[in-house]
Design a protein around this ligand. Sequence first.
Ligand SMILES: C[C@H](N)C(=O)N[C@@H](Cc1c[nH]cn1)C(=O)O
Ligand SMILES: [Zn+2]
Ligand SMILES: [Zn+2]
Length: 477
Amino acid sequence: MATPEQQKFATQIDANQQALIARLAEAVAIPSVSGDARYRKACFDMADWLLASLTKLGAKGELRPLGKQNLEGQQIELPPVILADYGNDPKKKTILVYGHYDVQPALKSDGWEHEPFKLTFDEKSGRMYGRGSTDDKGPILGWINVIEAHQQVGVDLPVNLKICFEGMEESGSVGLDDLVEKEKDAFFKGIDAICISDNYWLGTKKPCLTHGLRGIQYFKLAINGPGADLHSGVFGGVVHEPMTDLFAIMSKLVTPQGKILIPGINELVAPLTDEEKKRYDVMEFQISDIDEATGSQTAISDEKQQVLMGRMRYPSLSLHGIEGAFSEPGTKTVIPSRVVGKFSVRLVPDMTPEKVVEVVEKYINEEWKKLGSKNTMRLDAEPGGKPWLADPNHYNYRAASKATETVYGVKPDLTREGGSIPVSLTFSEILGKNLLLLPMGRSNDGAHSINEKLDISNYIKGTQLLGLYLHEVANAA
Ligand SMILES: C[C@H](N)C(=O)N[C@@H](Cc1c[nH]cn1)C(=O)O
Ligand SMILES: [Zn+2]
Ligand SMILES: [Zn+2]
């Protein structure tokens, strides 16, 4: 049951829906892609826009520079982290909220139905399409909407907020761990609990709270051969071809059934206990949820438990792409001179990025030797992120569960997420406080994919959920 103050806040969010959607449209229009140097200015614009929005509401914040990074051979400035305080009443709890303002790359030519950086509405389905709508601009604006709505109806926010919005999450959160370490006794001092809204429901109907994330280790495997791209009629059968070498190696990483072929990887995984196994039985989930989310019938198994564990508690290896390969329409008969294969491993307890890099490097070096190629091979490991697991028997989770029941009228599922948010473990370890993931969007939102969307109802109710969670956590013990 909502208190009169909570009710006032929730009603204001409903009444102000159009303005909140307009705010999301503005944010989506800034193409803050962190992984592509050409969009770096947009990342800075996005940071400025967010800081201005927070400052206008009375938050005290600043942009913290993180130094430079090497991207595509250029030394460029990392997108800044926004650190802001809203309220500092010693009688109130202080909640740290984190989100990211950078997004995955998106081009209309990837297959989007609309321009990815223009929020586009489908009135019939109530969906808003646009890159970053669900990951993670909708959720971070949720926090701003919460502050604004409280002011509009004259209800005091029942907690102090510490806000940390970064602009490199989609590219490994470079520089953020060092900032957290440096600021642990300064900006991050005195927090009671942490909340991140940056993942998704398990299906499309029932909300969830999430207490685990997989880690990630990303690799780039570069094969260099001839000095320039060659004519395959003239040089096919004459030279070692980089793409052939790359295919040979990449085909030895994982089977079509998802079994990782790298010796030593599966041995790093913590064994499954009977108690944990039971948890996957009670999660409300069907294989059809995967079908709906993927727009296909391609689940790796028909067993609910196996699919859930494949996402939440076992590692996976995905092949992402090949830079330098001919990918245009037509039949260009070229031998690419240099190709870079990209793949990543999602990590679960007790895997660490260091251990995974060690076994992957050893295996790829061995397999490379077996090829007997005269090309050159180089394997680069990007900064890795460790897996994270939190204790859900904490007031932070009880508060979120109560708020979910008020907003959605159901008890949320308790899930683990297959994706990664590198800073989660850093916050948990360095700040030593309980961390909760409180998702806004649905499993079929298409994060990282074409036609990413956020349902209007998830944006509006999700904002109400974030606000009511703050009310519940303020009094929870
Ligand atoms: C779950 C979160 N919304 C997300 O999408 N995280 C990314 C993080 C990433 C990307 N590259 C390296 N880390 C993910 O899980 O892919
Ligand atoms: Zn993402
Ligand atoms: Zn995200």
